[in-house]
Ligand binder design. Structure first.
Ligand code: 5AD
Ligand code: SF4
Length: 442
């Protein structure tokens, strides 16, 4: 049996895409191995959102040069956003790369691998050849039995000035509601209890479909699937989060009290330059509405530090927004210039040392807030979905609360995939420890 290995970089959509590729290749007779040296087929599912993600992938790919010289039969393929962005440049720079394939060609990977094996390659399949997104994935190939990602929509029409995604993943395409629901029913029948709906801009789900079916309707329909315990959706754009969503989170019992809704900046001037389509005031008002409807909601955010033209004052506005909202979790990114974006051509690109210094300050502040948030949980009893043993101590289990906090507690392996009650006893900025109080939910 030929052996394959996949390395995945970037977002949840990439993780899901890797599962799709894995499913196709398993059907085509491949066996997957963890060690790259044992593989006959090595695939990289890549990300282009920041330069750093590309540099990491490129260095991994470059490192395989000597290995491929010794093993000329090995096929190396680069897939996903960076493959789409760089195209044939990849095979010119790295002659050992024999497949380059954009995200929309993923469902055809088995045929592409067969062609590269037959001809020696390179086989280059970019998204321009494929106007539509691919078919369903196979539910049997997910890494976790009880949790699964389900794609609701792909692509993005927002064109934020810093972002390379719309040019690489193309315009928004929503899947038909009945297709999404059918896939979730199959996953639940196969043991999944937690579903996360994925979309680059999930709140505009359905806008490209006929009729007025929206994310709120999809949440309602998925919530009604028997056997499902938890439902999440990411990522939310403040401008597109519809008026029915706060109520839907409050009313639908399976929809978890957690929302990833990146502000990106706290300064109106920068938000405008970023083309985000909302103001700081609007963002805060939305947070207020969400907290009125769902008092215990956990908000996660992304900020970009050092966007072109960001003054000290603009940065302080981001700092104050971060303090005001008190995010449960924040992903803080140093601005990275992406080729072909509007921000690339903007004046007043900031020097790296200024960006690094501001980024450090924001990180420190978020760490302080996270620690305070975690401390406030001590003594509380929370519902946790047990996931599996921790890597270092197999007698300890990890799991997530409905608010998406990761909790570590002592428990037997049989609890995996079950909702249990845990009393929080100790916290650090990165981890929360608790004691199992009941093997059923709070
Ligand atoms: N530089 C830094 N961060 C970026 N992101 C998107 N594009 C860039 C960029 N050019 C961040 C945004 C987005 C997250 C997925 O990545 O915060 O929400
Ligand atoms: Fe990029 Fe903005 Fe679309 Fe998110 S909403 S994928 S940041 S363009």
């Amino acid at each position: 049996m030929p052996k394959a290995h996949i390395e995945t970089f970037g977002c949840q959509m990439n993780k899901l895409d890797s599962e799709l590729v894995r499913a196709s290749l398993v059907s085509a007779g491949f066996e997957f191995v963890n060690r790259i040296e044992e593989a006959d087929l090595i695939l990289f599912v890549t990300c282009s959102v920041r330069d750093h993600a590309e540099t990491r992938a490129l260095s991994h790919i470059g490192n395989l040069r000597a290995f491929c010289r010794k093993r000329p039969d090995v096929i190396v393929g680069v897939m996903g956003c960076m493959a789409q962005r760089m195209g044939a440049e990849l095979t010119e720079r790295f002659p050992h790369v024999r497949i380059v394939c954009g995200t929309r060609a993923f469902p055809l990977i088995a045929g592409i691998v067969a062609e590269a094996t037959r001809t020696g390659g390179p086989v280059i399949r970019l998204d321009e050849e494929f106007p539509e997104n691919g078919p369903d994935r196979e539910p049997s190939q997910r890494p976790s039995r009880h949790s699964a990602y389900v794609c609701a929509m792909r692509g993005c029409d927002n064109w934020c000035a810093y972002c390379v995604v719309p040019s690489l993943r193309g315009p928004q395409v929503s899947r038909q509601p009945r297709e999404v629901i059918r896939e979730i029913e199959a996953l639940v029948a196969d043991g999944a209890v937690e579903i996360t709906l994925l979309g680059q801009n999930i709140d505009s789900y359905g806008r490209d479909l006929p009729g007025d079916y929206s994310l709120a309707d999809l949440l309602e329909d998925v919530n009604a699937i028997p056997g499902l315990l938890r439902l999440r959706f990411i990522t939310s754009h403040p401008k597109d989060l519809g008026p029915r969503i706060p109520q839907a989170i409050a009313r639908l019992d399976k929809v978890c009290e957690h929302l990833h809704m990146p502000p990106q900046s706290g300064s109106d001037r920068i938000l405008k330059l970023m083309n985000r389509g909302y103001t700081r005031e609007y963002y805060l008002e939305l947070v207020g509405r969400l907290r009125d409807a769902v008092p215990d909601i956990a908000l996660a955010g992304d900020f970009i530090v050092g966007f072109p033209g960001e003054s000290n004052e603009d940065f302080e506005q981001s700092m104050s927004l971060l303090r005001e909202v008190r995010f449960q979790q924040c992903f803080l990114f140093k601005y990275s210039t992406r080729p072909g974006t509007r921000a690339e051509k903007m004046p007043d690109q900031l020097p790296e040392d200024v960006i690094v210094e501001r980024h450090q300050r924001l990180l420190k502040e978020q760490e302080r807030i996270a620690l305070e948030n975690h401390k406030a949980m001590i003594g509380r009893e929370v519902e946790v979905l047990a996931e599996g043993p921790t890597r270092k101590k197999p007698e300890m289990l990890t799991g997530r609360t409905r608010r998406n906090e990761i909790v570590i507690f002592q428990g037997e392996a049989g609890l995996e995939g079950k909702l249990v009650s845990v009393r929080i006893e100790e916290t650090t900025p990165v981890a929360i420890y608790g004691k199992l109080t009941n093997t059923s939910p709070v």
